[in-house]
Unconditional design. Structure first.
Length: 174
C-alpha cells in the first residue's frame, strides 16, 4: 500500500473543498502552518490556484474560474451563505426583510452585501423611488456552489464568533 504524501493530502483536500482558507486547511489536515505553506508554494500555479479575499487566502483547483473563486470564498462564511440562500429562495427582496430572516443587524447585512456585490454574487437594484431590491446575479451557478459548500464545525464556530463580535461592537456604537 502506498502512503499518501503531505502534498497530495493538501491537493486532495483543496479539490474536495474548493475555496478552503489557509487556517482551515491547517486545522483540517492537522499540519503545521509552515509545512502547509511549503507545499502550497509548490502546488499553487501548477495544480492549485489561490486568491486573497477580505483577510483570508483561499485555495482552489486550478480550473475554478475567477467568479467562482470569489463566490466560494464568500459562501464559506456562514452569514454570507445565509444571506445568499435567503435572496435565492425569496428574491428579489428588500434588505430589511433579508436582515430579519437571517437574524442579523442591518450593519452586518450591509458589510456582507458590500462583499457580495463587489464580487457580482448579489445585485443591488434601485427602483425609481430609490428603494433597494436584492437579487442573485447568477442563480443557477450560485445554487450549484451553495450545494458544494459544507463548512467544518470550526468554520461555523469562527463565523458565529464573528457575528457575535459584530453584534457587540454595533451595540456599543449604537
Amino acid at each position: 500500500m502506498t502512503e499518501i504524501t503531505t502534498r497530495e493530502r493538501i491537493r486532495r483536500h483543496v479539490e474536495r473543498t474548493p475555496g478552503v482558507h489557509f487556517n482551515e486547511l491547517v486545522r483540517a489536515l492537522d499540519l503545521a502552518p509552515g509545512q502547509v505553506q511549503h507545499h502550497l508554494r509548490r502546488l499553487v500555479g501548477e495544480e492549485l490556484a489561490s486568491a486573497s479575499l477580505y483577510g483570508r487566502t483561499h485555495y482552489y483547483p486550478a480550473d475554478v474560474d475567477p467568479w467562482e473563486r470569489g463566490a466560494l470564498a464568500l459562501l464559506r462564511r456562514e452569514t454570507a451563505r445565509a444571506i445568499v440562500r435567503t435572496i435565492l429562495a425569496d428574491g428579489p427582496i428588500d434588505p430589511a426583510s433579508v436582515a430579519d430572516r437571517v437574524g442579523v443587524a442591518r450593519s452586518t447585512l450591509e458589510w456582507h452585501l458590500d462583499r457580495l456585490t463587489d464580487l457580482d454574487v448579489i445585485d443591488k437594484r434601485y427602483d425609481d423611488r430609490g428603494r433597494v431590491t436584492l437579487a442573485v446575479v447568477r442563480p443557477r451557478e450560485t445554487a450549484r456552489l451553495l450545494a458544494t459548500v459544507d463548512p467544518s464545525l470550526v468554520d461555523r464556530l469562527v463565523d458565529r464568533f464573528d457575528s457575535l463580535l459584530d453584534d457587540v461592537l454595533v451595540g456599543e456604537r449604537g
